[in-house]
Design a protein around this ligand. Structure first.
Ligand code: DAH
Length: 342
């Protein structure tokens, strides 16, 4: 064998080594490649080196140096492929596949939604059905039919968001009472959840959009006793054993009117920041449906009476979950929602 031939063959081995090592996809394949290339007995390179004595002394020096260089380079190829493979090996074999996977939070219902659903469930058992009305409402449904006098301050541009002369964003869910009374004959028992809009600052206790749940029951012989018994029962079901109280109030669409308070859930009545130190938290307005409201909706006010209420599920959620600032409910801060979601 001439020096030229030796160098050509050793270059071939080096070339083959590169593709062979790169193709090894496991430690076992890599070991096989190592054996094939530099294995002491059957390795191609070792076989070439054993042939060195057939060269002249002068050529042997060149050939030997070349063989050593190629051997070192093949070995370093094998080693670096080896460490790349061993870095990936634990992913396959070193992991305990029976271990539970890390849980991914998939989202949950907003606390106000949870409260609305719970309110719905309690009233559904009492025979109430769900009624919905439009958020863009006529001034007539939102105010006039509900017995607001034409100069009532609530109708002022400062409090109401008008879309045009006669259409506005409803300021409460009470117009659903009108739409229901116009479309269905008594007996009526409905619950109307939905968003309402007011021109308000956005501070700890006011938001320009918030949820309300309206209730309406109209039939022959319905009295304030029904109102008080139903709403007291609701508070007991929702808050557990809690004290309630009714305070006289005023709304244009009810007469008489009352607001219901529950004992503050946060301080159990001893007084705290959430209840402004009163020990009580107002959760709803209510009253006997004003005869003018029945008349405006085409219901015979001589024959039928009714009671109604409107509550704020946002405020109820704040009470229940001890949320000090209403803005937290609208921030969409995932850390808060994650804490609240069930
Ligand atoms: N609509 C009233 C408001 O937004 C709440 C209300 C009070 C609704 C008394 C009623 C009611 O149905 O009877 O402030």
């Amino acid at each position: 064998m001439t020096l030229q031939e030796f160098l050509a063959r050793i270059a071939e081995v080096e070339e083959r080594a590169v593709s062979l090592v790169a193709a090894a996809s496991s430690m076992a394949e890599l070991e096989a490649a190592r054996n094939h290339l530099v294995g002491r007995k059957s390795g191609e390179l070792s076989a070439l080196i054993r042939d060195l004595p057939s060269l002249s002394a002068e050529d042997r020096r060149h050939a030997g140096a070349a063989a050593n260089r190629v051997k070192a380079s093949v070995e370093s190829l094998l080693d670096s492929r080896g460490s790349a493979l061993s870095a990936t090996v634990p992913l396959v074999s070193g992991i305990d596949l029976t271990m539970p996977a890390r849980r991914v939070w998939k989202g949950g219902k907003h606390p106000v939604t949870l409260v609305i659903e719970e309110i719905e469930e309690i009233f559904r058992e009492l025979g109430f059905t769900i009624a919905l009305g439009p958020e863009a409402e006529t001034e007539w449904h939102n105010f006039t039919a509900l017995n607001f006098p034409p100069d009532h301050p609530a109708m002022d541009m400062h409090d109401t968001l008008y879309l045009d002369e006669t259409v506005l964003l409803r300021t409460h869910t009470s117009p659903v009472q009108i739409r229901t009374l116009q479309s269905f004959a008594p007996p009526i028992r409905i619950l109307a959840p939905g968003n309402v809009y007011r021109r308000d600052f956005f501070d700890a206790s006011h938001a320009p959009v918030f949820a309300q749940v309206e209730g309406l029951a109209v039939d022959e012989g319905v009295s304030f006793v029904d109102l008080k018994a139903t709403l007291t029962n609701f508070a007991k079901r929702f808050f557990g054993a809690t004290r309630t109280r009714f305070r006289p109030s005023f709304f244009p669409f009810t007469e008489p009117s009352a607001e219901m308070d529950v004992e503050c859930a946060l301080c159990k009545g001893s007084g705290c920041a959430a209840c402004k130190n009163t020990g009580w938290s107002e959760i709803l307005g209510s009253g006997m449906v004003h005869p003018s409201v029945l008349d405006a909706s085409g219901v015979d006010s001589e024959r039928y009476t009714g009671w109604a209420f409107g509550m704020g599920p946002g405020r109820i959620a704040m009470q229940r979950y001890g949320i000090p600032d209403i803005r937290i409910l609208y921030d969409s801060d995932v850390r808060f929602l994650e804490q609240m979601a069930r």
